[in-house]
Write a protein that binds this ligand. Sequence first.
Ligand code: NAD
Length: 442
Amino acid sequence: MTEYKPLQHLPEPAGYKAGDVLVLVGELFGRGYANGLIDEARRIGMTVIGTTVGRRDSDGSLRPLNTEECADAEALLGGTIINIPLEAGFDMESVDGVPSIAEQLKKARPDDFATINFIEGSVENARAAGTARFRSNLALLQSELLQRIPADSNILIAHSMAGGIPRARVFMPLLNRIFKGTGDKYLASGVFWDSPLGQLCNASFNEVTADTFRYLIEGTAALRERNSGSETRVCYSAYGYHGTGVLVNGEYRWQSYTPYVQGFAKMRLEDIAFEASANGIPATVYNCPEIQTNSSALFLGVEISLYPLLSAIRREAGAEIAAPLEARCQGLLKEGETVADLLERADCYLASPILDQIEDFSTWPQHNTRTQAELMLASSAQLMEMHADQKQLVCAELSKIVFLATGRLMLHYSWNPTAATVWLNHDIIGRLLADQRGAGIV
Ligand SMILES: NC(=O)c1ccc[n+]([C@@H]2O[C@H](COP(=O)([O-])OP(=O)(O)OC[C@H]3O[C@@H](n4cnc5c(N)ncnc54)[C@H](O)[C@@H]3O)[C@@H](O)[C@H]2O)c1
């Protein structure tokens, strides 16, 4: 089992310089974590090369971006994109005329989730086909990288992929019940997880969130070989999640969003980094704090543990840095509401004995219970209610700080990593802001 290893000290500045390259594997979205890595790479003069997951045509076939899509994606990235579709997963794969998993689930009803079956062998065959497609597209990516990146450049290959909810209508109502359901709508994540649909999700999350990191490391061996024997480095990073240390009741404490069923795949991702590191390949999984992005929007309540970042910043970086940020956050609240009350409510949830009974690092990830789900969702709603405008949230402000800060920490740590998995908790983010290495983030 992974040892809980929070990053304690700010990493020394990396040796990356102009001409060195950050390759982002996973598409960039406006408020996603990868923006932080890109921002830092650009700040220190590195070249950024992006990739795409591609798009599905109406007949289901996977294609590269068209000219307009590619121009939009490159504008967002601020760099060139290698236009090879790197979608991972297997839900749309049809093998030997057998309908794809998505096709087989077309008429499935949410109420039947515990009894749904798939054509024998079809999940395994689809998975093998999805893996083969992804690996062959990675081979094309590697050829492009070999051509575009000079042999004397250092390279950081950053994995940002996570996901894998199969594209079938049956999932949304079920996932909404698991992540957002209370009362009669509540669905126990453990019951779902043990069902055939839950196990399908398990296989799909493993493939998209974890195994793509293995394929990426294996599929870029020629880049490493080209650079071996020289002074240049080829390093790997990936975004993990395995709970976060945040201030609860005045002390830093590990806690986690529940039910993070993707956590099984995230632990597999950690194992892949361990294996690579043991083989001398610098690969690190950075377990990052809960923030609001396109991908986390489904997990209502995940944002509660982000509020105490304000307290951590005040503690680690001091009033001079914290006060203007707190004032900005105060400006987002309804009249009569205060940041102090906001923090108190978040703390009240995080310090609840109900969470204490459930959360446990050694048996993570935990499944939800009705009491916990209802407490979390009610707390989340109360905190949201304190805002003047539901579209301008304190957590959006804090999310940006987190993705920028983690980007800096990751990029510099990746130069000479001393662990295959590290936690970037609220304290180290606060400490970065206190240092000149964190200048300009807040
Ligand atoms: N948001 C959080 O609270 C949080 C916390 C810790 C770690 N992370 C991790 O950070 C990383 C980036 O996520 P984010 O929250 O910034 O959201 P995001 O939506 O911006 O990024 C998700 C990434 O996954 C890729 N992706 C999704 N489905 C894919 C598929 N089938 N095949 C290939 N790629 C696919 C997307 O292209 C994108 O690059 C993820 O690994 C995520 O698990 C997020």
